[in-house]
Design a protein around this ligand. Structure first.
Ligand code: SF4
Length: 357
């Protein structure tokens, strides 16, 4: 962080915060923002009346246990290779993780991107199924690869989509009663959906937003811009990340996502069903969807282990160190809930940068 720039922004934050005689809460909904906030030691340097909470910014954390377990059950019936990301590989479920599944002899491989999974499929006759989580930013490359698969009539590559949309989750939290005075809006997601993808949240629910980049200065500036809006009585959406985010977003990426996916209600782990928040493959592309080949039912299972407060963390109701298990029984080596596994999980991030508190 450039000392001078940061100093000036921090002075501005203190000046604006002084004008407000109540606790002001801002929410971030992005694991990368939470990482920047922790790595940059931003929370401890803020005025006492400014509170930053984290929302459901971790796509791996909110992937339903049922889908992970279903993926494992499907893989038992077919001669298939499962690919997924490293953090998803270790996410705990009542039936174990993908890592446990691999230890019991099944072919599960960690990939860095869906492109790696696609390359594996090109070299094997087995069916490769990519277990595909992620918000809008990750869905765009998924749609790009699906386009290649479709154009090339490739028969041995399929996905299990657990892609989710972020604005409906923010809307869900507001309706469910999570109170915050402004949103530090995720820059990566906004690069795809644009300012216009978030505008309705401000218009409908009166929540000021600043679309923010990922350097500590970006986040500090976004906090300053939110405070300024509050003090001036403005309820708007502003774009601090203009160097990347356009008003209309990435229109080709939006079209590509829309071509392959339709929006339906979907479950979020520890949050429940959120209307119009899930991306599922369209009927036309059912050949690319492992669930159209095999759909199995599994018994209901709990989202979280007893005592895990990941649901409250994801709702922005508590910070991880308010969970009695944090850092004691629950650590990245012995995770009890999904928020301690993913590098975008708030508990994992708090643990990683614990020395800064
Ligand atoms: Fe759950 Fe562990 Fe986070 Fe507590 S610290 S909320 S047990 S993931």
């Amino acid at each position: 962080m450039s000392n001078n720039t940061a100093k000036k922004i921090i002075q501005g934050i203190f000046k604006e915060a002084k004008k407000i005689d109540k606790i002001v809460t801002f929410m971030d909904v992005c694991g990368t923002h939470e990482d920047t906030i922790n790595k940059g030691g931003i929370r401890p340097i803020l005025p006492k009346n400014i509170k930053i909470v984290a929302g459901p910014g971790c796509p791996v954390c909110i992937t339903p246990v049922e889908d992970i377990v279903k993926m494992m059950e499907i893989a038992k019936k077919k001669d298939i290779i499962i690919t997924t990301f490293g953090d998803m590989y270790r996410i705990p479920t009542p039936m174990g993780s993908f890592a446990d599944f691999k230890a019991s002899g099944h072919d599960v491989r960690i990939v860095y991107s869906i492109y790696d999974a696609y390359k594996i499929a090109q070299k094997t006759k087995k069916t490769v199924v990519h277990f595909s989580p992620g918000f809008e930013t990750t869905t765009a490359p998924t749609a790009g690869i699906l386009n290649d698969v479709w154009e090339n009539d490739m028969e041995n590559f399929k996905i299990y989509s657990v892609h989710r949309l972020t604005p409906p989750a923010v809307e869900f939290l507001i309706k469910a009663g999570t109170v915050f005075d402004g949103l530090i809006t995720p820059g990566h997601v906004s690069a795809i959906i644009g300012v216009r993808g978030w505008a309705y949240i401000t218009k409908r629910y009166g929540v000021p937003q600043v679309i923010s980049g990922f350097e500590p200065e970006d986040v500090l500036l976004s906090i300053y811009m939110l405070l300024k809006m509050l003090n001036e009585g403005r309820v708007e959406i502003e774009n601090e990340y203009k160097r990347v985010v356009k008003y209309e977003g990435n229109v080709p990426a939006q079209k590509s996502i829309e071509k392959f996916f339709e929006i339906k209600d979907a479950k979020w782990r520890a949050l429940g069903v959120i209307p119009s928040s899930g991306l599922f493959l369209r009927k036309k592309y059912e050949n690319l969807d492992i669930r159209s080949d095999i759909d199995i039912s599994i018994p209901e299972m709990p989202d979280l282990e007893r005592g895990c407060r990941c649901g409250e963390v994801l709702r922005g109701l508590i910070l991880p160190d308010e969970c009695p298990l944090f850092g004691r029984l629950c650590t990245p080596q012995t995770p009890i809930g999904p928020c301690m596994v993913s590098y975008e999980g708030t508990c994992q991030i708090f643990y990683k940068y614990g020395s800064l508190f």
